[in-house]
Design a binder for this molecule. Structure first.
Ligand SMILES: [Zn+2]
Length: 254
């Protein structure tokens, strides 16, 4: 794990590319550093996260820099308010919550008007890429009204080295409700942008990072998958790996 972490940092240093955090665009406050309650952190650790990678910023846990889960969500689980889940227990990793059948067959994204057109193109491309994966009920679309959406994609500016970040599915089986693009990285070329959005959509429906060991290992996926779109660093888009395809086919079979 140290080795992977070092590689990740080396790449970050070389490319100044790194995934993600989310602030409202009109806020300039530094993220508050809070001391998470032991109970919630213990739950996250018991569900597969490593303690070193868990930060709490303003009531949202930030894990591995780009995976978000609201403190309330964690509390709901701890309180025993657990929804029924697909019981898939499947070195692709998933989180505890998956998207339920009623949402996963059409995850609806709304693109906020603040999103630059180059990122809109990447979002449209990412939807097409995920929809082209065969053998899964996973399907998604872009809707024109935020009230009709499951996930809102918006922008924020952060001087930190994250490109975009996204919420995980919630305890009630809904897709992650927000994805935020850091406008600091508007200069990225289209291949990096597409990779970024495809990756963040993976978090929206419950995938974790392939190059980390947090979450539940998805049985049936490869133990090493260095070109996976769910690696924690950005690569130029070059299509899904067979491991990426297997992960969604296993989690969301047709
Ligand atoms: Zn990520």
């Amino acid at each position: 794990m140290r080795r992977l972490f070092s590689i990740r940092l080396a790449i970050v240093a070389a490319l100044s590319l790194y995934f993600v955090s989310c602030t409202q665009e009109d806020e300039v406050v530094a993220p508050a550093v809070e001391e998470p309650s032991d109970e919630l952190v213990d739950f996250l650790v018991s569900s597969g996260f490593s303690k070193d990678e868990i930060k709490l910023e303003e009531d949202v846990f930030v894990i591995d820099d780009d995976i978000l889960i609201a403190k309330d969500e964690v509390q709901k689980y701890v309180d025993g308010n657990r929804s029924d889940l697909s019981d898939a227990r499947t070195e692709h990793y998933r989180g505890y919550y998956l998207v339920s059948n009623s949402y996963v067959t059409n995850i609806k994204f709304y693109i906020d008007s603040s999103v630059p057109s180059s990122w809109v193109t990447a979002i449209q491309g990412a939807v097409s890429q995920w929809n082209a994966v065969n053998g899964t009920k996973l399907y998604m679309s872009i809707v024109s009204s935020s009230s009709n959406a499951n996930t809102v994609i918006g922008t924020g500016y952060s001087s930190e080295n994250w490109v975009a970040r996204a919420y995980l599915p919630s305890y009630n089986g809904r897709p992650g409700h927000t994805m935020t693009i850091n406008t600091k990285y508007n200069y990225l070329n289209s291949g990096y942008k597409l990779f970024t959005i495809v990756h963040e959509m993976g978090h929206i429906f419950g995938l974790y990072h392939t190059d980390q060991t947090q979450g539940y290992f998805i049985n049936g996926t490869p133990s090493v998958d260095s070109n996976s779109v769910m690696n924690s660093y950005i690569l130029p888009w070059n299509g899904f790996t067979s491991g990426d395809v297997s992960a969604v086919q296993i989690l969301y079979p047709q």
